[in-house]
Design a protein around this ligand. Structure first.
Ligand SMILES: Cc1cc2nc3c(=O)[nH]c(=O)nc-3n(C[C@H](O)[C@H](O)[C@H](O)COP(=O)(O)O)c2cc1C
Length: 267
């Protein structure tokens, strides 16, 4: 019965002249419906692959700052040499991975929110590279506002929890040739060997405007600016200072830096 009705509707549609308004509307709606089903099915079906590629992209950035990336390596294999840890930003203590699941983001008070992110998770993931002698490199995730976009990054610190081994700023939409230069490997290389914290333990690291004067007392905390991109550069300074400071991984870094004061060196 239903088939008969459908059949006669289809036959009536075919019999309708092509320049009839109702046929044009019906065909246009049909094309829209089929296209939207195709697009949404593709989006749903490709989601897991997209997630997997995002994760591989993150792992590649981590391997890069760890100094373990070589073109052509298998990222998943290479990542086996990285240890993943979970940390409570408040206490600086390691926590169980289960605490990260389903945790709700906490709002950041406006005056503390120098990274411009609005909210953050209390329990965070970090990465370690260890050798026989103990932890060699601590890799911390970064997130903050540039000029136009949210910038993601990683900073790799030496075991002193102060000297920068490498940085990576990726996954952003700053203007190519201006703010986009934060992803330029030769600019990122300028961070290598710089110190984050000054004598009193405050984060001093910053991207300056212009070139660093090597004879300045502050040279060890300063990175050359990006010409025409001071606003993005300021965002990078604030992002790095936020995540390495008291509201970010500061308590964790204090704990691993001061084993004599009750901290537990890395474990
Ligand atoms: C189309 C356009 C895109 C821009 N993109 C950026 C950007 O991505 N990052 C940035 O800091 N400044 C960008 N600027 C420049 C800023 O408005 C601002 O002038 C600059 O950050 C100041 O840096 P300077 O003091 O080094 O010149 C852009 C300007 C224009 C007109």
């Amino acid at each position: 019965m239903n088939n008969k009705v459908n059949g006669s509707l289809w036959a009536r549609l075919l019999a309708t002249p092509n320049n009839s308004t109702s046929k044009i509307v019906v065909v246009a709606l049909g094309v829209c419906l089929v296209s939207s089903i195709l697009v949404s099915s593709a989006a749903v079906l490709l989601k897991p692959i997209q997630k997997q590629n995002e994760e591989l992209g993150r792992q590649k950035e981590i391997l890069k700052v760890a100094g373990l990336y070589r073109p052509g390596i298998d990222i998943t294999d290479g990542f086996q040499s990285i240890q993943t840890r979970y940390v409570d930003l408040h206490s600086g203590q390691y926590v169980d991975a289960a605490l990260l699941e389903n945790q709700a983001a906490v709002a950041i008070p406006r005056k503390e929110d120098i990274a411009g992110i609005g909210k953050k998770m209390r329990y965070q993931t970090l990465y370690l590279v260890a050798s026989d002698r103990g932890v060699d490199t601590i890799i911390l995730p970064l997130i903050g506002k540039g000029l136009w976009s949210t910038v993601h990054g990683f900073v790799a610190l030496s075991a002193d929890a102060n000297t920068i081994r490498a940085v990576s700023f990726y996954d952003h939409a700053e203007t190519p040739g201006l703010g986009g230069e934060i992803s330029n490997p030769s600019w990122q290389a300028k961070w290598q060997g710089k110190n984050v914290f000054g004598m009193h333990g405050h984060a001093q690291i910053r991207v300056i405007k212009g070139r660093v004067n090597p004879s300045s007392h502050h040279a060890q905390y300063e990175i050359d600016g990006l010409s025409g991109a001071t606003l993005t550069a300021n965002g990078i300074t604030n992002m790095v200072r936020y995540w390495l400071g008291e509201q970010g991984f500061g308590p964790y870094l204090d704990r691993i830096r001061l084993p004599a004061k009750g901290g537990m060196m890395h474990e």
